[in-house]
Design a protein around this ligand. Structure first.
Ligand SMILES: O=C(O)CCC(=O)C(=O)O
Length: 193
């Protein structure tokens, strides 16, 4: 894992985003798994609602996510869907601990109109392909209708000087985060570059 995180292409991407000499760590290095469909009539995994990769308990926002596909990612396998350039909108729902959009915002930015106009893009990837994504890009993912799991590794590179508000983080790990994919988490982030 360490070798992957330290690849020179990621060092270069971090340098471009955070500036030369900025120490880099990872807030979150996480495996995602959309299990295969249990039967031809159903789908596997759960729908991940529209959100931005932003965490309220960090004092500096991570800005670069490296997303590695481990299996084929397609609409059928519940791939990530995203709204290109939406990082320019800023944080849409700053009061949510993980920047999940409100119902109204989903309707406005990702609803039927956006769908019909082709504004939403499916992140179709082959195993081994990496997408570099700004953390604030609005995204979601669907369920898996294929007979094969869809897995991915998602690395959120951040400025290693970022501080985590432990009191606030603690509130979420025991409560809301239990049901939102972050049940546990370290509070220290080793430097990568
Ligand atoms: O792979 C997925 O289904 C979700 C990925 C995601 O939300 C992320 O990497 O931040």
């Amino acid at each position: 894992m360490g070798l992957f995180l330290r690849r020179p292409c990621f060092a270069e991407a971090c340098e471009r985003v955070y500036g030369k000499g900025t120490p880099i760590s990872s807030f979150r290095t996480m495996f995602f798994n959309k299990p295969c469909a249990p039967s031809a009539a159903s789908s596997g995994g759960t729908h991940l609602p529209w959100h931005q990769d932003r965490w309220r308990f960090l004092d500096i926002d991570p800005l670069l996510n490296a997303y590695l596909a481990l299996d084929p990612a397609s609409p059928e396998s519940g791939c990530v869907r995203l709204l290109p350039r939406s990082h320019t909108l800023g944080i849409l729902n700053p009061s949510h601990h993980s920047a999940f959009l409100t119902e109204g915002q989903i309707e406005c930015y990702c609803g039927a109109k956006a769908e019909a106009s082709g504004a939403i893009v499916d992140l179709v990837l082959q195993p081994g392909e990496v997408a570099l994504i700004h953390n604030w890009v609005v995204h979601s993912s669907g369920t898996n209708r294929t007979a094969r799991a869809r897995r991915a590794l998602s690395v959120s590179y951040m400025d290693a000087r970022t501080k985590l508000n432990e009191a606030e983080f603690g509130r979420f790990t025991g409560g809301e985060l239990k049901s939102s994919g972050y049940p546990e988490g370290g509070t220290h982030f080793p430097q990568i570059f």
